[in-house]
Design a protein around this ligand. Structure first.
Ligand code: DX5
Ligand code: ZN
Length: 226
């Protein structure tokens, strides 16, 4: 992974066919996805359950781009090695998930992955200030995590702008997760985001058998982001 601030579209497989992840991933990559966003939920930190390290490891061989794993779990630290073994390129943990996020970010890098820090909408981006030198990515949630298909929280635009100023020249990606579509993509791009996660807005209207809509949806988000 080389660092740049170009727009990267990261389809979230939360909106894919859960019984066919391998072919869904291959379809969205063939249709122009830059990264693949993988949402891990534990039914405790967020009110929903998805899957764990064995599934993440199983889909790794279908991903040619970047496997971007978003942990919505608490605790995080006991599972870091398992996600490294599963082949995560980026491993993102929530600041709200435990009392020792500094240690968690160190451990993620120590296990050979890029370290991501995720912030819920109810958390001020100022908490990231003492952690930025341990981060390769900061994920600003623009919905409350747990489910796809929710409405984008507009007030997060001010926070993203503030984060972009805090980051300055440091090689840290700003990722936006939740409610990203052709309407909201230009808004987050304008305030400094580069990785745009999109679930429903990418997968709507298409399927493994008919993947062209995935490509049209990705192009529409990318074109809108500029
Ligand atoms: C939400 C997840 C998101 C979700 C986004 O908790 O972290 O990655 O899949 O879905 P959309 O793009 O539909 O808001
Ligand atoms: Zn996510």
């Amino acid at each position: 992974m080389t660092f740049d601030r170009s727009v990267k579209i990261a389809p979230s497989i939360l909106a894919a066919d859960f019984a066919d992840f391998g072919r869904e991933i291959e379809a969205v990559e063939a249709q122009g996805a830059d990264w693949i966003h993988v949402d891990v939920m534990d039914g405790h930190f967020v009110p929903n359950l998805t899957f764990g390290p064995p599934l993440v490891k199983a889909i790794r061989k279908h991903i040619k781009t970047v496997m971007d794993v978003h942990l919505m779990i608490s605790p995080v630290d006991p599972y870091i090695d398992a996600f490294a073994d599963a082949g995560a390129d980026v491993l993102t943990a929530h600041v709200e998930a435990g009392p020792h996020i500094h240690r968690t970010l160190q451990a993620i890098r120590g296990a050979g992955m890029k370290a991501g820090l995720a912030l819920n909408p109810g958390t001020s981006v100022e908490v990231a200030a003492p952690l930025l030198d341990l981060c390769d990515l900061v994920c600003v949630m623009t919905v409350n995590p747990g489910f796809g298909g929710q409405s984008f929280i507009m007030s997060q635009l001010t926070q993203i702008k503030q984060l972009r100023e805090m980051i300055g020249d440091r090689p840290i990606h700003i990722e936006i997760d939740g409610g990203v579509d052709p309407v909201t993509a230009p808004l987050v791009r304008a305030v400094g985001a580069d990785v745009l996660v999109a679930g429903s807005a990418v997968f709507k209207g298409g399927s493994v058998a008919d993947p062209a809509p995935y490509g049209e949806n990705i192009c529409a988000i990318r074109a809108a982001a500029g």
